[in-house]
Ligand binder design. Structure first.
Ligand SMILES: Nc1ncnc2c1ncn2[C@@H]1O[C@H](COP(=O)(O)OP(=O)(O)O)[C@@H](O)[C@H]1O
Ligand SMILES: [Mg+2]
Length: 234
């Protein structure tokens, strides 16, 4: 993490700034769409008025690689090395002084060492594909988050859903909704997501009027509202 590397200019006032909200994208399985959703949600949140810093906690560095190909600074992007995760509270202080209002954490497909980062999150989004294997694989992460006191600050989002109606996807959505852990809307499998990330864009930048962009904007609105309700609770 290079605090000077942020795209946001420092605030003039030296006093302590309000802490940014933290949205973590995490689930203990690779390929479910964590990086894809973290990138496009970070951009959508910036378009909605947040000053966003996206931090790549995954040693693979996919999000940072996406950031390196970006040509605008709508979102500040940095990497956090595994040994820096424990310093996240201090890093949030620095980002607050630089004007960041929202931090998006993209994480690796393993929860090892992530607890200090997840514990301080305002919300944890867990992308899963609408398959039994993915949903079962999400359980250890879910249990770990509940153990960290995040039961009311987490949700699974069904990602890479078939664009045509699927009874199985609807059944999974109904089960998760009944448990109160479903983020909505689900995100369909669309090549716009792949094409956007390939050229360093969020999907709302790449194809602003596409259904993929609309789904991402709606998902950010859902998460934003949910975070505000959670933050208002003691
Ligand atoms: N909604 C989606 N539509 C189409 N492809 C997607 C979608 N979400 C993710 N993908 C693709 O799935 C693969 C894994 O996504 P990625 O974001 O790298 O997952 P993770 O970070 O969880 O490992 C990538 O090839 C990505 O382009
Ligand atoms: Mg990833």
């Amino acid at each position: 993490m290079d605090p000077q590397g942020s795209g946001h200019e420092p605030e003039a006032a030296p006093q302590r700034s309000a802490q940014p909200r933290v949205l973590a994208v995490a689930v203990q399985k690779g390929g479910t769409g964590k990086t894809t959703l973290a990138a496009s949600l970070a951009v959508a949140a910036a378009e909605a008025g947040e000053r966003v810093t996206a931090l790549d906690l995954d040693p693979q560095g996919s999000l940072a690689g996406w950031g390196a190909t970006r040509e605008n600074d709508a979102v500040a992007i940095d990497r956090l090395q595994p040994w820096e995760i424990g310093q996240l509270p201090e890093i949030l202080d620095i980002l607050a002084q630089q004007g960041t209002t929202l931090v998006v954490l993209d994480t690796a497909g393993s929860s090892t060492g992530l607890a200090p980062a997840l514990k301080g999150a305002d919300f944890v989004l867990m992308p899963v594909r609408p398959s039994r294997l993915d949903i079962v694989a999400a359980r250890p992460t879910l249990q770990a988050l509940v153990g960290l006191g995040l039961r009311d600050r987490l949700a699974l989002v069904l990602n890479q859903c078939p664009p045509q109606p699927s009874p199985r996807t609807s059944a999974y959505a109904a089960q998760l909704r009944a448990l109160g852990v479903l983020a909505e809307p689900g995100i369909n499998h669309r090549v716009d997501h792949q094409d956007a990330l390939a050229v360093g864009l969020g999907v709302t930048e790449y194809a602003p009027t596409s259904p993929a962009a609309e789904e991402i904007r709606a998902l950010w609105a859902w998460i934003d509202a949910k975070m505000r309700v959670s933050d208002a609770q003691p």
